[in-house]
Design a protein around this ligand. Structure first.
Ligand SMILES: NC(=O)c1ccc[n+]([C@@H]2O[C@H](COP(=O)([O-])OP(=O)(O)OC[C@H]3O[C@@H](n4cnc5c(N)ncnc54)[C@H](O)[C@@H]3O)[C@@H](O)[C@H]2O)c1
Length: 247
C-alpha cells in the first residue's frame, strides 16, 4: 500500500515512519509533502506539482492549511485520506465533509483506540449523572498550537451526541465573570514540557466526583492508529469515517 505522508518532517511524521518500519505490514511510504523539501528515504516535496508516485492512501499529520492543499490533490486523483491533523474551524470541518462526498475520508482528532473507548464510557456516565458539572482538563507538550485539544472537543462532542439537551462549551471563564451553570462543559488546557497527551473528564456532583482519565505515554500509539485507519479506509466508498467505525 503506497502512502503519501503529509507533514512528513514533523514529530508525528517521524512516528509514522517508525511505525511503518517497525511493523510487519504492507505499507510503503513512497513520498511526503511538507513546507520544506527533504529526503527521508523517500522524497518530501514542497510543491504538489512534483508528486508523481502511484498512491493508495494519504496520511495527514500537519496543519489545517496543509491538509486543504493535500485534500485538493486527493480529490483530483481520487485518493482516500486519513486526516489526523487537529485545530480545524467549524467552517473547515464543513468543508472536509463536502470533500468526503467525493473521496473516502477518515478523520479523528485522536487515533488511539483507548480514547475512543473512553468516549463510549463517558457517554454512559453523562446519561446517568445528569446533574453533574462536567469539566474537561487536558495537558500537552509546550509545542502544541491549538487549544483546547481536538481530543477534548471530541470527548465533549461524544457527550453531547447522547444528551437531549445539548451542553454549551465554555473555553474561557475569565471574560465571562458569571457563575457556572449546569448546561455547560468547561475546558481547561495545560501546556508544558514533553507531555504526549492527557485528558480527564470530571463529573462534579455535590458530594462526590467521578473522574475518567486517559494518558498517552508515546506518540507511537497515534501513528499505529493512523495506519489502522489507512488500512480500513483504503477500499471504502466516498464518505466520512472515524474511529467509531473501527472501535
Ligand atoms: N489525531 C491524532 O491522534 C493526533 C496525534 C498527535 C498529533 N496530532 C495532530 O497532528 C498535527 C501534527 O502534529 P505534530 O506534533 O507532528 O506537529 P509538527 O509541528 O511537529 O508537524 C507539523 C508539520 O506540518 C508541516 N507544515 C506546516 N505548515 C505547512 C504547510 N503550509 N504545508 C505543508 N506542510 C506544513 C510542518 O513543517 C511540520 O513538519 C497537529 O495538528 C496535532 O495536533 C493528531
Amino acid at each position: 500500500m503506497n502512502i503519501l505522508l503529509n507533514g512528513a518532517n514533523g514529530r508525528m511524521g517521524k512516528e509514522v515512519i517508525t511505525a511503518v518500519n517497525n511493523q510487519e505490514n504492507n505499507f510503503k511510504i513512497v513520498c511526503g509533502y511538507d513546507k520544506d523539501e527533504a529526503n527521508l528515504g523517500f522524497p518530501v516535496y514542497n510543491n504538489i506539482e512534483k508528486i508523481h508516485e502511484n498512491l493508495d492512501v494519504i496520511i495527514d499529520f500537519s496543519v489545517p492549511a496543509a491538509t486543504f492543499e493535500i485534500l485538493k490533490y486527493a480529490k483530483k486523483n481520487g485518493i482516500p485520506i486519513v486526516i489526523a491533523t487537529t485545530g480545524f474551524s467549524k467552517e473547515e470541518l464543513e468543508k472536509i465533509e463536502e470533500y468526503s462526498k467525493e473521496i473516502p475520508i477518515f478523520r479523528s482528532s485522536n487515533m488511539s483506540l483507548d480514547i475512543n473507548l473512553m468516549a463510549n464510557i463517558i457517554q454512559k456516565v453523562a446519561q446517568v449523572l445528569t446533574d453533574s458539572d462536567i469539566e474537561i482538563i487536558e495537558t500537552h507538550h509546550n509545542r502544541k498550537v491549538d487549544s483546547p485539544s481536538g481530543t477534548a472537543i471530541l470527548l465533549a462532542d461524544a457527550i453531547n451526541e447522547v444528551l437531549n439537551e445539548k451542553k454549551k462549551y465554555t473555553f474561557d471563564r475569565m471574560q465571562k465573570r458569571e457563575k457556572r451553570n449546569k448546561n455547560e462543559i468547561g475546558f481547561s488546557s495545560i501546556r508544558g514540557g514533553n507531555i504526549v497527551g492527557e485528558h480527564t473528564v470530571a463529573f462534579f456532583g455535590e458530594s462526590e466526583t467521578l473522574e475518567i482519565t486517559h494518558k498517552a505515554y508515546s506518540r507511537q500509539v497515534f501513528a499505529e492508529g493512523a495506519l489502522k485507519a489507512a488500512e480500513y479506509i483504503v477500499n471504502k466508498k466516498s464518505g466520512l469515517y472515524n474511529m467509531k467505525d473501527i472501535v
